[in-house]
Design a protein around this ligand. Structure first.
Ligand code: FES
Ligand code: CO
Length: 341
């Protein structure tokens, strides 16, 4: 599936960047192949337009913000958050050419991130309850570009078969390659999936009391939010600590994503420092990234095309493919892909 060709994907929210990145001015982003500019129209309130001035096509992200509007850096034409040109500084009478405007997009702040939908969204931004549950802290972990597709990243995060290989250097048990089963319940947003996985033991602050020294049974309660967001949640029964990761694989184009990852913990900085939590997850991400960047980003969602072989543990990914295909069909689309011939 080539995400830039599937129009219905424009009708979902995507996490594009931490809102703190806008404090020193507008920033560019490419979402589903479309160049956008994001800026702060007021404190904490972002806005998004096409990154192309309607005068001589300069990127508006090269400009600056004035009174909540974005000013083109080339000749100063000024646009409001709806994309209307409100000022042409060269025109002494204050006039602007009729119809002068730039495409605007849906744009909101949530969880400290700027979220954008290119067209009227079909669903709300995924709901992360820990954001407003007392006792949790939010930690930004990663914001990085990966050369892979969003579907590959989502599937990988529900793939119980890769730990023993991709993560054999960190938490994976090389001599236990047989994957544990997932319990999956489909929901209106995607699915929830529960599993119990043995992992190599982790640093002391993560450790569950009463386990052996070598392995821990990690209980995971995860969710997939169609199309490209997911929750990874695990709880350490000994300490009662929760380690809940949210990822958004925001599609830049058909072969790259911006991976946003943040973490909620129901403990304190004194219990476990932010830097330590980031340092723990970083090598795991490197391992996933290396292998995902070695795959073909054009993952085929219509399995009848038989482009890939499957095994039992691919079930979460196969449900994703089925639900994505159904989404396309409901909106009168067929899967667009690169010919593999
Ligand atoms: Fe933007 Fe001229 S190109 S004002
Ligand atoms: Co992994």
């Amino acid at each position: 599936m080539l995400v830039t060709k599937q129009k219905v994907l424009r009708k979902f929210w995507y996490a594009v960047m931490p809102i703190a990145m806008l404090e020193d001015g507008p920033k560019p982003f490419t979402l589903l192949g479309e160049n956008i500019v994001v800026w702060l129209k007021s404190p904490g309130k972002p806005a998004a337009l096409q990154d192309r001035c309607c005068h001589r096509t300069a990127k508006l992200s090269k400009g600056f913000v004035e009174n909540g509007n974005i000013v083109c850096g080339y000749h100063g034409w000024t646009f409001d958050c709806a994309g209307a040109c409100v000022r042409v500084p060269q025109n002494a009478d204050g006039s602007v050419p009729a119809g002068a405007m730039v495409q605007s997009y849906y744009c909101e702040e949530r969880y400290g991130y700027v979220w954008v939908a290119l067209e009227k969204p079909l669903r709300d931004i995924p709901f992360f309850p820990e954001e407003t549950t007392p006792g949790y802290r939010r930690i930004f972990q990663f914001y990085e570009r990966w050369e892979t597709s969003a579907l590959r990243m989502m599937e990988n995060s529900f793939d119980n078969s890769h730990f023993s290989y991709v993560h054999r250097g960190t938490f994976g048990l090389y001599d236990q390659p047989k994957p544990e089963k997932y319990e999956i319940n489909e929901t209106d947003y995607g699915f929830e999936a529960e599993t119990l996985v043995p992992i190599k033991n982790v640093p002391a602050s993560y450790r569950v009391t009463g386990t052996t020294d070598d392995t821990t049974m990690r209980h995971m309660f995860n969710r997939w939010y169609l199309p490209f967001s997911r929750r990874f949640g695990c709880q350490y029964p000994g300490s009662g600590r929760h380690h809940i990761i949210y990822n958004c694989a925001t599609p830049i184009d058909d072969g790259s994503i911006m991976l946003a990852q943040w973490l909620y913990r129901n403990d304190t900085e004194e219990d476990c420092a932010e830097a330590e939590l980031i340092a723990w997850d970083a090598p795991i991400l490197v391992e996933d990234r290396e292998i995902l960047e070695a795959t073909d980003p054009d993952a085929c969602i219509d399995v009848r095309r038989k482009q890939e072989f499957h095994m039992a543990s691919d079930r979460p990914g196969l449900i994703m493919r089925r639900m994505l295909l159904q989404l396309l069909e409901e909106h009168g689309e067929t899967e667009v892909f690169r010919s593999k011939d």
